[in-house]
Design a protein around this ligand. Structure first.
Ligand code: NAD
Ligand code: 89Y
Length: 344
């Protein structure tokens, strides 16, 4: 049997709780969490206690002590470059939570540092791994609707994201950088690369610094068009948070992903309802379950690809293209015109 993959995790805050649970679930597939680190000693100690591993408050010290196989960085975006640059000196693989970096230049610097060190690099971009969305991707790839030519992908919620992620209140770039990045990534995954996009942004909640709503129109290289929407200001019940809903059309059918994970698949002129084909793990909270399931499936993918010596779907290099869409969206919103994404 292959040796376990020794994983060190950096950042034990809000979302890292899902990574800790995912790595526990993935022990039978070769994951072995060996240490956790947070600059806040209480958070490091709490994560260490539930995972029964040593706690560190200094990432460089942890990595120098343990030389893990894989480092999982789950801190906020402004810390990613510095931590990734340390991690590539001590490990064979590094995973960085989305958003990959605050600027395209920082993201490129991380990709280059990993390449120079010969280190495997992935971005934890997990929406494309959420079970209903992955099922839709699989249906498209199986040719069930023919080559997709139009799609609407939307994340519309009024859930109080500011309670769970209070740092949102002061972000100058909010909705596209935080959640739009996932949906743009998903649009790329389903319809292919983008030639140009137009974005309109709004700040509907006056308490904020950044935008809370974005409406984006994308033209893909294969001629397909998609509408990508994200907002934290949709007052609708039932509120689908944290689900992304999807409609995708091709020449011979259509796929609709509804709230609750059910899918309506039209092919051959007839519609079939596919019931959600997954169950939440016991540690998942029904309010966050689809996000947590996406986190688990993303970690499973990264572990398997790292162990097989294969690039992740969402490698660092791949994610430069998703970040280019984020940059193009902000540039379009500022100039009120269409923008071509240009990965650095
Ligand atoms: P958070 O502030 O709750 O947690 C970040 C933690 O990192 C804090 O505990 C902080 O003390 C620690 N930290 C900061 N600098 C550090 C350093 N140098 N070394 C060690 N620890 C350090 O933030 P969060 O909400 O958990 O977000 C973390 C990341 O996860 C962000 O990039 C966010 O966008 C992402 N996120 C992703 C999803 C998703 O679905 N993929 C959902 C929520 C958040
Ligand atoms: O931070 C966001 C993310 O990545 O997924 C959902 C979220 O937690 C709130 O928008």
């Amino acid at each position: 049997m292959a040796a376990p993959t020794r994983i060190a995790l950096i950042g034990c805050g809000f979302y890292a709780q899902n990574h800790l649970a995912a790595w526990r679930d993935l022990v039978p597939e070769g994951a072995e969490l060996v240490a956790v680190c947070d600059t806040d000693p209480a958070k490091a100690a709490a994560a260490a206690a539930i995972s029964r591993v040593p706690a560190y408050t200094d990432a460089a010290a942890m990595l120098a002590d343990l030389a893990p196989d894989l480092v999982d960085i789950v801190t906020r975006v402004e810390t990613h470059r510095a931590l990734a640059e340390i991690a590539v000196r001590h490990a064979r693989g590094v995973i960085v939570q989305k958003p990959f970096a605050p600027t395209a230049e920082d993201a490129r610097a991380i990709v280059d540092a990993a390449a120079r060190a010969g280190v495997w690099l992935a971005v934890h971009e997990n929406f494309r791994f959420q079970p209903p969305l992955r099922r839709a991707i699989d249906l498209v790839e199986a040719g069930r609707i023919g080559p997709p030519s139009w799609a609407r992908l939307h994340f519309r919620t009024g859930f109080d994201v500011y309670r769970t992620q209070p740092y949102f209140l002061t972000e100058t770039r909010l909705c596209i950088a935080d959640v739009g990045v996932h949906i743009l990534d998903l649009a790329r995954r389903i319809l292919g690369e983008v030639t140009h996009l137009t974005a309109e942004i709004q700040q509907r909640n006056p308490r904020l610094v950044g935008e809370d709503t974005a409406t984006m129109l994308l033209r893909h290289e294969n001629g397909a068009v998609s509408v990508v929407e994200c907002t934290y200001e949709a007052r609708r019940e039932p509120d689908p948070f944290p689900e992304t809903l999807l409609q995708v059309e091709g020449p011979i059918g259509a796929i609709i992903v509804n709230a609750g994970g059910g899918i309506e698949l039209t092919e051959g002129g007839a519609m079939t309802r596919l019931a959600p084909g997954y169950a939440f793990a016991p540690w998942m909270d029904p309010r966050w379950g689809i996000s947590q399931a996406g986190c688990l499936e993303a970690c499973r993918h990264y572990l398997a690809r790292f162990r097989a010596g294969r690039d992740a779907e969402t490698s660092g290099k791949d994610n430069l293209r998703t970040l280019a869409l984020v940059e193009a969206a902000y540039a379009s919103a500022a100039s009120l015109g269409p923008m071509r994404p240009s990965p650095v």
